[in-house]
Design a protein around this ligand. Structure first.
Ligand SMILES: Nc1nc2c(c(=O)[nH]1)N[C@H]1C(S)=C(S)[C@@H](COP(=O)(O)O)O[C@H]1N2
Ligand SMILES: [Mo]
Length: 334
């Protein structure tokens, strides 16, 4: 028994089912030797009550009904679910890979409002239920390539962004689509604490050119592995653009706005020389601080698994998207 909570409603060690949080706690404790758990945790500066609270409750996901899609289906092996939901980038919940899963389990997704507005004839707002009921959900198995040179293969559930945009009837002034993540420092510790949130000015904002947004591959995802999204993966709704670096795939979206000029996006504002607006996966254009020629595929294998693979142009989706960038200098427009 590592942590004893006095709260009657809390679970004890053997009842905690989230393997990741369990492993994470074990890592912290193992790394520090064999003294009593409470003094060890105090020594790391990790508040004992915060960890105990996180491990008591786990966000509940719900099975979804969906159809299979063959759109750009990949034959790569799926990344195991426990890795997809425990190795995350979601700086609103902390900038370390394990922090989103640890710090987001109490995140409230219902009620939710997703506002679709801007240069459209029919603006509308969707509530939580409508995210799942307005469009037929399909499963799309896509590669996700993070700009940090790791990748996964994830079975997403969702619908085409194009279908949502068409419903709003964009007018001729609509040239770009701007996306915004929820801003709620009370629920998102990375928004309340600049250090924890990686120095980002929130809310997180992303954008696409309208033709990119209307491409058949561009998905609004409401689930993965057959169930609703867990918070660490962007519940209740997030973007998925599989030919672009992962930071374009903005999470927990509250606003989709059709705009006339290229929006200022979060990572581009933070370091314009490192993160471009387009962010198309390109093994020939290196990040200023590291190569993009290869990537570490996250698999079921352990630390020593041979999983370094070559990165493909447009992450392997050139047939579907290369035409969008015809005649463009991709070194300049990275
Ligand atoms: N709002 C928000 N969206 C975000 C991020 C973030 O920090 N905040 N991180 C991005 C990055 S860098 C990546 S690689 C993907 C990771 O998605 P995953 O955790 O579901 O694998 O989410 C993207 N979307
Ligand atoms: Mo990323």
């Amino acid at each position: 028994m590592l942590i004893i909570s006095k709260d009657k409603n809390s679970l004890n060690e053997s009842q905690v089912t989230d393997e990741n949080i369990y492993q994470q706690r074990r890592k912290v404790i193992k790394g520090l030797g064999f003294a009593g758990a409470s003094s060890l945790l105090a020594a790391t500066g990790v508040p004992l009550n915060a960890i105990a609270k996180n491990s008591q409750q786990k966000f509940k996901t719900t099975p979804l009904t969906f159809s299979q899609s063959n759109a750009a289906k990949v034959s790569d092996k799926l990344t195991p679910e426990h890795k997809v939901i425990s190795h995350n980038n979601f700086y609103e919940f902390g900038s370390k890979k394990e922090q989103p899963a640890e710090n987001s389990q109490a995140f409230k997704v219902d009620p939710w409002q997703l506002k679709v507005s801007g240069h459209v004839d029919k603006p509308f707002t969707l509530d939580y239920q409508q995210l799942f009921s307005l469009f037929t959900l399909e499963e799309r198995i896509y590669r996700l390539r993070c700009v940090e040179a790791w990748s996964m293969v994830i079975p997403w559930l969702g619908f085409r962004l194009a279908d949502l945009i068409k419903k709003a009837q964009p007018n001729s002034k609509a040239k770009y689509v701007k996306f915004k993540t929820l801003h709620d420092p009370k629920q998102m510790p990375g928004q309340a604490n600049r250090y924890m949130g990686g120095g980002i000015n929130y809310p997180y904002v992303e954008g696409l050119r309208l033709d990119e947004a209307m491409n058949d591959l561009t998905l609004l995802s409401v689930g993965l592995y057959g169930k609703t999204l867990p918070p660490q993966n962007g519940a209740p709704i997030r973007l998925v653009t599989p030919w672009k670096y992962g930071f374009k795939s903005i999470k927990s979206i509250v606003e989709i706005e059709l705009v006339s000029s290229q929006p200022k996006t979060t990572w581009n504002k933070l370091a314009a020389n490192e993160y471009g607006f387009y962010a198309n996966v390109n093994p020939e254009v290196d990040h200023p601080r590291w190569s993009q020629a290869s990537e570490r595929r996250i698999t079921s294998g352990g630390l020593f698994a041979r999983n370094r693979i070559e990165t493909q142009m447009f992450n392997g989706y050139g047939d579907e998207v290369a035409h969008l960038y015809k005649g463009m200098n991709l070194e300049k427009n990275f």
